[in-house]
Design a protein around this ligand. Structure first.
Ligand SMILES: Cc1cc2nc3c(=O)[nH]c(=O)nc-3n(C[C@H](O)[C@H](O)[C@H](O)COP(=O)(O)O)c2cc1C
Length: 544
């Protein structure tokens, strides 16, 4: 039996063509899949339980008694409708930034062309590269929305300021602000420089901010108006107008806040089921206090890579969902073939925490792949040295030898010379600050390894395979399990927009399955699973 019923029947009767009622697994799956139509579960006069999505309901009279029903609810209805309309999207689905251009211009364009929202991975990129990528994205997405990542880099403030200048200059209308521990003048400048009034005197927010956070204390400043001290400083520098300073009091710092649970890359490893309700409640409390004319939307990231995880987030009240790890395994990601191949087979437990290059001195970890690379344990060891010793000269001789031969493959002093050359071009203050500070010098040397190891992974440098730093969360393994046996098992077939559509349409299918089950319908296990069929691929749909 593909379906049976043990709940309380509806007080409704179905009238329609008996030929439209199906009883077999494939027939039922087709009816369930048509999520934009209603779905009725009925018992026919022979006692068989079947499904239809045509016909009419009456409250009394003759007809088949309806056992359970689900209203039309397609993938396009999941999440907050204003998120979709404000950013002109088909689905409330966003792909998160991935540093060093892993979320490449091609990835952003592919997602944008599918009318979904992607954030370009600007972190760690030099301004010239970001500039060229924005040009490419703008040329290819003239009418669609895209975002660019503005990453807070506490140890490289000059970079953050240069990024904001560039975004304002290029007319970037949405930034995904991440890794902020507190607001900076740079992010405030981006936000406030986009404020104006339209002909009807309404406030226009031209520069949208989607802030990514994983703790309450970081979320709060984004849920309030810009701090007065930054406004006064920007006014004094002539960077914003008096009118913008006034308008800044009436809008929150962010339009959207993405709650980031246990994810790839920077993460606090929080469980989404605990964190999302906390931040939604916080938003409600602050909205009550400040009464902003538009409420900040709360989205969910971290661990989302399957229909069930996306649906869970929406059912907990997420306005939109954000994926990350799963996109790195797709063909458009700016990484190497080797990395994609590794990612296609990882399990959800193949990940670990390791020190983050950009926040190394602060002891901040990020989540990386531990299968097929030694980066995680090696990076942890570097942090241990940094915490234990005052300078590289204090390192025990055997440890230093091991580092120079196996990890750095060069004398540490030679690495230091490379650091000087690197920062002289990029941010000379870094070297200045390390001159009389041997511990800082040690940190910069160690960060050389932490920084390059992700470049080696992205470029597929063959003799550095064991040092690849690959940011990855448990969601990658969940995706691999879900797609096993389908065309998406092979990384060559993984395309970001197609993956997005499969997740979202799968979530709508599962919504229907769950809502029928909660009414007492028991579906066979093959119907409970979201089957990935090649003919439902996004590219096929576009051709139809
Ligand atoms: C390879 C990789 C690089 C990332 N780099 C960034 C980044 O530069 N900026 C950022 O805001 N988030 C970054 N993230 C986080 C993602 O944007 C996204 O929020 C997160 O991956 C979602 O969780 P998931 O990995 O479980 O899907 C990165 C994630 C990965 C996997």
């Amino acid at each position: 039996m593909s379906i049976n019923f043990s709940g309380t029947p509806q007080q409704l009767f179905w009238k329609g063509s008996p030929r439209d009622i199906v009883f077999d697994v494939e027939g039922i799956r087709q009816k369930l899949l048509e999520t934009d139509k209603p779905c009725y579960v009925m018992k026919d006069f022979n006692g068989r339980v079947g499904v239809s999505n045509t016909g009419a309901l009456v409250s009394e009279g003759r007809g088949l008694q309806v056992l359970a029903m689900a209203n039309p609810m397609s993938a396009a209805q999941l999440g907050d409708p204003t998120f979709r309309s404000d950013y002109k999207l088909k689905y409330a689905y966003k792909t998160g930034a991935m540093a060093n251009g892993i979320a490449s211009a091609d990835l952003v364009i592919a997602i944008g062309k599918a009318n979904l929202l992607a954030s370009y991975g600007a972190a760690g990129q030099v301004p010239e590269k970001i500039n060229a990528s924005i040009d490419k994205i703008q040329a290819n997405l003239p009418h669609q929305t895209y975002a660019v990542n503005l990453i807070h880099s506490p140890s490289e403030q000059a970079l953050e300021a240069a990024a904001v200048d560039l975004f304002l200059d290029k007319g970037v209308k949405v930034v995904e602000a991440s890794a902020f521990l507190a607001l900076t003048e740079n992010i405030v400048y981006y936000r406030v420089a986009g404020l104006s009034r339209d002909a009807s005197n309404n406030i226009v927010i031209a520069n949208k901010v989607i802030a990514k956070i994983s703790r309450k204390e970081v979320a709060i400043p984004f849920m309030k108006a810009a701090p007065e001290e930054f406004i006064q400083s920007l006014l004094a520098k002539g960077k914003i107008t008096a009118e913008q300073a006034e308008l800044a009091k009436q809008v929150p710092m962010a339009d959207d806040i993405t709650v980031e649970a246990d994810s790839g890359g920077h993460t606090d490893n929080r469980p989404l089921v605990a964190l999302l309700p906390i931040i939604i409640q916080l938003r409600d409390e602050l909205q009550k206090q400040h009464n902003f004319s538009t409420k900040i939307r709360i989205g969910a990231a971290g661990g989302i890579s399957t229909p069930s995880s996306a649906l869970a987030a929406f059912m907990m009240g997420a306005a939109y969902v954000v994926t990350g790890s799963v996109n790195q395994a797709c063909v458009e990601a700016g990484t190497s073939e080797h990395v994609r191949k590794l990612l296609q087979v990882v399990e959800s437990t193949d990940v670990m925490g390791a020190p983050a290059s950009d926040m190394f001195e602060m002891g901040v970890d990020l989540q990386v792949l531990k299968r097929g690379t030694l980066f995680g344990p090696r990076a942890k060891k570097l942090y241990h040295y940094y915490k234990t010793y005052e300078s590289i000269d204090e390192l025990p001789a055997a440890d230093r030898k091991n580092l120079e031969e196996k990890v750095f493959r060069k004398p540490l002093e030679e690495i230091w010379q490379s650091c000087i050359e690197f920062f002289e071009e990029r941010d000379p203050e870094q070297i200045e600050r390390a001159k009389n500070n041997p511990r800082r010098k040690m940190a910069l040397i160690f960060r050389w390894y932490l920084g390059l190891s992700s470049n080696w992974a992205n470029a597929g440098t063959p003799d550095r395979v064991l040092d690849y730093q690959i940011w990855c969360g448990p969601s990658m393994g969940a995706f691999n399990d879900w797609v096993k046996g389908s065309y998406l098992e092979s990384y060559e077939n993984r395309k970001v927009a197609d993956v997005a559509v499969q997740i979202m349409e799968g979530a709508a299918y599962l919504y229907r399955v769950r809502s029928l089950e909660m009414q007492g319908v028991k579906l066979s296990s093959e119907l409970e699973k979201v089957i990935i069929k090649e003919e439902t691929r996004e590219e096929h749909r576009v051709l139809v």
